[in-house]
Design a protein around this ligand. Structure first.
Ligand code: SAM
Length: 279
């Protein structure tokens, strides 16, 4: 059967290289190249960008990114079994695909990327949130990436884009939305993957902002939201009691009812409390 790039269909690639999926590596592969091209398109025009892909596996999304015109793709894959299949993709796109065999949590990707950089990945679920938090908390802002287009379990995607007074609102939403714009751009059922995972998935597109939406000290904001959401059903005057003396007055000074609960407070409210606490 013809494919979008003339390379063999992914089922054949998997069979030829004996890539039996390993659960401990979060291997749920996308085999439909039209679908991977569609995911690549969610990242916008890639023709002038380097793309960082974590976990290319047999190369489905990698091929989507290259077919959609990415200037270069740097792909970091932990499973050495995938390297021969990825080498075939690299040969079909001379000079445009570099593969590093290693753990994305350890590899220094910066040395291999030229800005502007976009990150696009069907992430291994076991390291997805950790990578997202790292990408959102660099020492200096703006970060090395312009946007992140990432597959998550649907429930994690909902936590990333959640608004106040909703079930999934919490620390992750505040962390992402403080200095980035996040939206869910695609939903995928389990059957889109081989093997099918137990959960539904969603692609989230995150664009960095030049500056935080509301000024405040990041570490103070982190401390407050950790305490507040640790006991999310408690009133803030109780959950934040240990944060600073006179917490009721400080909450009031930030324009927050001391009897309110964490899930009712907007990002702006938490940032203004962080400024009052810092003073
Ligand atoms: N991108 C492929 C696709 O869409 O079909 C594979 C996605 S699969 C969900 C996740 C991939 O990440 C697997 O190929 C797995 O081997 C790889 N992986 C798992 N942990 C990793 C890590 N720490 N660093 C780099 N790659 C990792």
């Amino acid at each position: 059967m013809a494919t979008i790039d003339g390379l063999p269909p992914l089922r054949e690639v998997i069979r030829a290289h004996d890539l039996v999926a390993k659960k401990q590596l979060g291997q749920n592969f996308l085999l439909d190249l039209n679908l991977t091209a569609k995911i690549a398109r969610q990242a916008g025009d890639l023709s002038g960008c380097d793309v960082l892909e974590v976990g290319p596996g047999p190369g489905g999304l990698t091929r989507g990114l290259l077919a959609e015109g990415a200037r270069r793709v740097l792909a970091v894959e932990k499973d050495a079994r995938c390297l021969p299949a990825l080498a075939e993709v690299a040969a079909a796109y001379p000079g445009r695909l570099q593969v590093i065999n290693g753990d994305a949590l350890e590899v220094d990707v910066m040395a291999h990327l030229t800005p502007p950089v976009r990150v696009v990945a069907n992430l291994p679920y076991n390291v997805g949130t950790e990578l997202l938090i790292r990408w959102l908390t660099p020492e200096v802002w703006p970060p090395f990436w312009e946007s992140l287009t990432l597959m998550f379990q649907k429930e994690v995607a909902e936590r990333i884009v959640a608004k106040p007074r909703t079930e999934h609102y919490g620390r992750l939403a505040l962390l992402v939305q403080w200095r980035a714009e996040a939206k869910v751009v695609m939903h995928l059922p389990p059957e889109a993957f081989t093997p099918a995972p137990k959960v539904h998935s969603a692609v989230v597109h995150v664009t960095r902002l030049a500056e935080p939406r509301f000024p405040c000290d990041f570490k103070v904001l982190q401390r407050i939201t950790a305490m507040a959401f640790n006991q999310r059903r408690k009133m803030l005057r109780a959950s934040l009691k240990g944060l600073a003396p006179g917490i009721e007055e400080k909450l009031a000074a930030a324009g927050i009812e001391p009897t309110a609960r964490a899930e009712e407070i907007s990002l702006e409210g938490f940032c203004s409390l962080a400024r009052v606490i810092k003073e």
